[in-house]
Design a protein around this ligand. Structure first.
Ligand code: MN
Length: 192
């Protein structure tokens, strides 16, 4: 049984593990302050709920009382998205498995073609948000979401393009961050 509270899982690697692509200070603040803050707020807003219900809650926000809806959307989405984001990165270099690669090739022509479109979506997201690779039915799609909103479909990969994810090391150079980020993708954890 899960306790009636939201909890932040430990990072599956150290704060410095993604250096030099993602710097230690960014990871400490991102995980320890930003993500931890979303979890703390969420526990205050929904004290009797837990992890297991999170995605369902976020996909049915209109069933919540109106006065907490946007707080749950932002803090719950922040918790869900970051929990996923930490898992799709790794210091261990890996390649997409055969299924994933073949789906990417079918949809985007090649892995490079996919990366180009994905970076395009991440660059095109004005202000804060995320870019995603999702499986929707039998298809792969690249989408971007504002703030802490979830995408439709089943998320396979995501990148955080809030400035807090890259500003200390890359300042305003989002493209450089995105290009570096391909080096820390945990492809071994992605299957379809
Ligand atoms: Mn973030």
């Amino acid at each position: 049984m899960y306790p009636a509270m939201f909890t932040q899982s430990g990072l599956p690697y150290s704060f410095s593990a993604l250096e030099p692509y993602i710097d230690t200070a960014t990871m400490e603040i991102h995980y320890g302050k930003h993500h931890a803050g979303y979890v703390k707020n969420l526990n205050e807003i929904l004290p009797d709920k837990n992890e297991v219900e999170l995605e369902k809650i976020l996909r049915n926000l209109d069933t919540l009382p109106e006065d907490i809806r946007s707080k749950v959307r932002n803090n719950g989405g922040g918790h869900f998205n970051h929990s996923f984001f930490w898992k799709i990165m790794s210091p261990q270099k890996s390649q997409p498995n055969q299924n994933v690669l073949s789906a990417i090739n079918t949809t985007f022509g090649s892995l490079d073609g996919f990366k180009e479109k994905f970076v395009g979506a991440a660059m095109g997201r004005f202000g804060s948000g995320w870019a995603w690779l999702v499986k929707s039915g039998q298809n792969l799609e690249i989408v971007d979401t504002p703030n802490q909103d979830l995408p439709g479909g089943t998320p396979l990969l995501c990148v955080d393009v809030w400035e807090h994810a890259y500003y200390l090391k890359y300042q305003n150079r989002r493209l450089e961050y995105l290009q570096a980020w391909w080096n820390v993708i945990n492809w071994s954890g992605i299957s379809i």
